[in-house]
Ligand binder design. Structure first.
Ligand code: NAD
Length: 319
């Protein structure tokens, strides 16, 4: 199934190089994981996969991945295991639980692509250190489902530098690798900093766009103008055109997960003595979005929330 050597064609901080074939495992085949796992298969890696949702496994098996019945089975078949899972607690269970990665003694490298925060990364790394066999690497990603599909994610990597070096060609398959530090948790901190900025942009853009729409401005003209002006941001560039102006609210990231990211960030900052006044407001608006539309709704629903308050809609006009 897998070819032994492949040229890298994805962007990265290093020039193209030879990609060593590795036996890899992937756990968590959701919005992000499925797309990243497909890229690994397309790059020629052998992949053993597991997800607690059977339907998520099928498309990977159809493309040549091996199915495992548990995280432990994935680890038994893999030198390195990658995870893209929803929450810190789930990651802890999948790694340290009875049927988890540590139940097998084959895997030596473990990569957390999920957003789980620095505290969980350091806790898990410390537990793994006690056994001294598996090294944890942070590699949370940014760039959404489109970036996961195209291999244009930002991959925020930290941990033991030799292991990072070994895994660099694998991580480059997902996009551009940013080396953030030599300890677990540092990549996770950078990811939380990124996400609070991204969600703040989504929230304030929702409020400003609702104001404009209610005043009679065409939302598309607003976006075109603001993107050429000082208020331009990624929410207006990507999220509004795809999921708000269309009224579909389906960008591909769950409100519950976004709320989790913001909570992790504000809690972490507070624990470090870094006040986040704006961050606290962002946390509240995500709490209300979560309570109003449910954790499975798309996080662009924050615009729907503001539309309701403003009694207006932010939609494309018929041309
Ligand atoms: P998702 O909910 O779509 O996927 C998570 C997958 O994990 C699901 O298929 C689920 O069945 C599986 N899973 C849950 N518990 C499991 C367990 N115990 N064992 C095995 N599988 C289990 O989530 P997602 O949107 O793909 O996000 C995954 C991670 O990446 C999250 O931490 C999220 O914050 C982060 N992230 C998401 C995006 C995005 O745009 N969706 C972008 C960047 C980062």
């Amino acid at each position: 199934m897998a070819s032994a050597r492949h040229r890298l064609t994805t962007p990265g901080t290093r020039p193209e190089g030879e990609l060593r074939h590795m036996e890899l495992g992937f756990i968590g085949l959701g919005q992000m994981g499925r797309r990243m796992a497909i890229r690994l298969l397309d790059a020629g890696h052998s992949l053993t996969v597991f997800d607690r949702n059977e339907a998520a496994i099928k498309p990977l098996v159809e493309r040549g991945a091996r199915r495992a019945a548990s995280a432990a089975e994935v680890a038994a078949a893999s030198e390195a295991v990658l995870m893209s899972l929803p929450t810190p607690d789930i990651v802890r269970d999948v790694v340290l639980g009875p049927d988890g990665v540590t139940a097998s003694n084959r895997t030596t490298m473990l990569v957390d692509l999920s957003t789980t925060g620095p505290r969980m990364a350091t806790t898990i790394a410390a537990e793994l250190d006690k056994a001294g066999r598996i090294t944890l690497i942070d590699a949370p990603v940014s760039g959404g489902t489109a970036g996961a599909e195209k291999g244009t994610l930002a991959v925020m990597v930290s941990g033991d530098k030799h292991v990072v070096e070994t895994l660099h060609p694998v991580l480059s398959v997902f996009g551009k690798v940013f080396l953030c530090g030599d300890k677990p948790g540092m990549g996770q901190t950078l990811k939380l900093a990124n996400n609070i900025i991204a969600v703040a942009a989504l929230a304030i853009s929702s409020e400003a766009m609702a104001m404009g729409a209610k005043a009679g401005l065409d939302p598309q003209i607003m976006i075109d103008t603001i993107m050429a002006s000082s208020g331009g941001n990624v929410a207006l560039r990507d999220k509004f055109p795809r999921a708000v102006l269309t009224g579909t609210f389906d960008f591909g990231f769950a409100t519950g997960l976004s709320y989790k990211d913001v909570r992790l960030c504000v809690d972490e900052a507070e624990a470090m003595g870094v006040p986040m006044v704006v961050g606290a407001a962002v946390r509240q608006i995500m709490a209300v979005t979560n309570a109003t539309f449910g954790s499975d709704s798309d996080f662009t629903s924050v615009a729907r929330l503001v539309e309701g308050w403003a009694k207006t809609k932010i939609r494309s006009r018929p041309s």
